[in-house]
Design a protein around this ligand. Structure first.
Ligand SMILES: NC(=O)c1ccc[n+]([C@@H]2O[C@H](COP(=O)([O-])OP(=O)(O)OC[C@H]3O[C@@H](n4cnc5c(N)ncnc54)[C@H](O)[C@@H]3O)[C@@H](O)[C@H]2O)c1
Ligand SMILES: [Zn+2]
Length: 445
């Protein structure tokens, strides 16, 4: 006779991860006393990148020193290649050497790269320490600093290692935008207008009303412009917060934040990451709107309103070289369902389309291929310049690519350990280029 001895570990938890996001011009110069009063941590390690560090780290460090809250500063090279396990290890090692402990907090001062890396360092250091986000790009202000997704890339895909780890507070200082390049600013706007499209028509119209501000070079922002920008950021963040509060783990609703992304990610990938993320998201929005129009749930007038704003902002123009067939294969990796792909579409500016309560719409691959072809989103040339005829793009029978994007899970059986995928190769080349630049005496940590 065998008896099974069963011990149950009851771990039902109710945690309160609530936090404030403050939007205030000049707050970077004033947040020291707030950190002292709130006592999220006994001391702080500031993580920043080489570019942002030069511009803003001393403002923050001086205050922390004044409040006796400073433990150390870690500078990583600017750019996506810092979102790696190697860089994470280096950051964690440096934290140990500085004498960081469970009472130490992390402050991520930078764009999405520093936010994701610093947030993941906080989530993993001694099984989790508090962290604060000070986003410095528009993209990080309206998107990556809010919602608690943190992590790093693997050679086989972006954001494949990570956690949900909510910050204790997010300080957004729009004044920091003044040093952004116009390209970075415009890319951030791509991500920002997305919120209007998916959830708030009046926000979309706010963008339409203030085109003059959005079209300025950040260096020339005037005090009045900041008022407009502050309100825009607040409204975008409120939408992201509302969505995340209802669906933190992306069960259904949170998918709407991926509007434009399913297509955008592929353009980003096929253009070797030479185009900024927000720019390809805007391209992806145009493709999605065209599709919705073809499916007859986005009217011609709404399609025009959608594309007119992107036109006046001059965003969403990124197209890519390569084959339509290849494009669709990349899209398929985690969205497959016999000949159909799932994408988020809008049926009106300000409202996402739902199919039986689900925001991921099933769309026929052939229709997607048609839209890509007609909009010339992919040049559909082989590497030797030969044009591929539509009937050659046997869309449903091509092998599924083993590329993973976003926080999607790629099952080990889908990837071959011996064959380097396109994305693996491109990420490796990116890393090698960054490594080369570092060796040549470029920016370093
Ligand atoms: N966690 C999330 O929910 C989430 C959401 C969206 C994107 N992301 C991630 O965010 C990353 C992209 O973020 P990003 O676009 O901010 O890129 P980034 O952090 O690389 O910043 C872009 C460039 O701008 C520079 N920079 C930053 N702030 C500046 C300032 N105020 N003045 C001058 N230069 C400045 C940086 O040094 C860098 O060279 C990606 O890795 C992406 O995966 C995460
Ligand atoms: Zn995005």
């Amino acid at each position: 006779m065998f008896f099974m001895r069963r011990i149950q570990l009851q771990l039902k938890k109710s945690v309160d991860d609530s936090y404030d996001i403050v939007v205030e011009k000049g707050i970077l110069r004033r947040l020291g006393s707030d950190l002292r009063m709130k006592r999220y941590a006994e001391s702080y390690v500031v993580i920043t990148d080489s570019k942002v560090g030069r511009l803003y780290a001393s403002k923050l460090v001086d205050q922390l020193k004044r409040e006796k809250l400073f433990l150390g500063k870690i500078v990583v090279p600017a750019g996506e290649s810092s979102k790696s396990l190697e860089q994470l290890k280096d950051v964690l090692d440096q934290m140990v050497k500085m004498g960081a402990n469970r009472e130490t907090g992390v402050i991520a001062l930078g764009g999405g790269v520093v936010g994701d890396l610093g947030g993941f360092a906080a989530a993993s250091f001694m099984r989790g320490v508090p962290y604060i986000q000070i986003p410095t790009t528009l993209l990080a202000m309206v998107d990556s600093s809010v919602g608690g997704k943190v992590g790093v890339d693997l050679p086989s895909g972006k954001n494949l290692v990570g956690a949900f780890w909510q910050p204790k507070k997010v300080y957004i200082d729009p004044e920091l935008l003044s040093t952004l390049s116009q390209k970075q600013w415009k890319a951030g706007l791509g991500e920002a207008v997305k919120y209007g499209a998916i959830k708030d028509r009046s926000l979309w119209e706010y963008f339409e009303q203030h085109v003059k501000v959005w079209n300025k070079d950040p260096k020339s922002f005037l005090p009045g412009d900041y008022m407009v920008i502050e309100e825009m950021i607040e409204r975008c963040v409120q939408i992201k917060a509302d969505v995340v509060m209802k669906d933190e783990r992306e069960g259904n609703l949170r998918q709407i934040l991926n509007y434009g992304h399913t297509f955008g990610h592929v353009i980003e990938l096929m253009s070797d990451f030479k185009v900024l993320h927000g720019e390809v998201v805007a391209s992806g929005m145009r493709i999605a709107a065209e599709l919705a129009n073809r499916l007859r749930f986005l009217s011609d007038a709404e399609l025009k309103k959608h594309n007119d704003l992107l036109d006046v902002l001059n965003i969403g123009k990124a197209k890519t070289q390569g084959l339509i067939k290849e494009f669709v294969q990349h899209m398929r990796k985690d969205k497959k369902a016999k000949g159909t792909l799932r994408v988020v579409l809008v049926d009106r500016i300000g409202r996402c389309h739902q199919e039986l309560g689900n925001y991921g719409m099933r769309v026929d691959e052939k229709l997607i291929a048609e839209v890509l072809k007609e909009g010339k989103w992919v040049n559909d040339l082989t590497s030797d310049g030969a044009r591929v005829r539509m009937k050659d793009s046997s869309l449903t029978s091509s092998p599924v690519s083993s590329i993973s994007w976003g926080n999607t899970y790629q099952s080990p059986s889908e990837s071959s350990p011996d064959v380097e995928t396109d994305l693996q190769r491109r990420l490796r080349e990116m890393r090698e280029r960054a490594e080369e630049r570092r060796r040549m005496g470029g920016s370093g940590g």
